[in-house]
Design a protein. Structure first.
Length: 157
């Protein structure tokens, strides 16, 4: 079967018209995409987006610095406490279990240990500074050492 040249020309013309219509439709869509109804161009929108990304990056950097500063402050803050009641006068019955030692420590082991020795007629209170879970200035009692060790164990959990 032979193809008539007129039929071939008409088919080519039809295909060309269909291609032209699709090209115009694509052109309209692309133009609409790059220009919103308010006349703002795609370039302006992209520029604003990049500006916002830059602002977010600055905010992230500032927030990271702030969180790092907070972490340093929290490490110095009192975070761990541990107390123990005991009778320092074993055998005499005086004081009962009214005496106690309490460790108040930061995560690094800096702080104070407070101890009270209670008898029937008086109460003595002692405060001993601590640096890295120990006292270099004042000797610690076994009870004070015990509450410091227990507080240290709590930190490592």
């Amino acid at each position: 079967m032979a193809i008539n040249p007129e039929t071939f020309s008409l088919a080519a013309l039809g295909i060309s018209l269909i291609s032209l219509i699709f090209t115009v439709l694509i052109y309209v869509r692309v133009n609409k995409f790059f220009r919103e109804g308010s006349g703002v161009s795609f370039e302006n929108t992209a520029s604003k987006i990049l500006e916002n990304v830059s602002m977010l990056q600055n905010f992230q950097r500032e927030l990271t610095e702030y969180v790092n500063a907070l972490e340093k402050r929290v490490r110095r803050a009192m975070q761990i406490t541990h107390s123990k009641r005991y009778n320092p006068f074993k055998g005499t019955g005086e004081g009962g279990l009214q005496s106690h030692s309490t460790a108040l420590l930061s995560e690094d082991g800096d702080g104070v240990v407070l101890s009270t020795l209670a008898t029937r007629d008086r109460v003595s209170v002692f405060a001993k500074p601590l640096k890295k879970f120990s006292s270099t200035d004042v000797e610690l009692t076994p009870e004070e050492r015990e509450v410091i060790d227990e507080a240290k164990r709590i930190i490592s959990i």
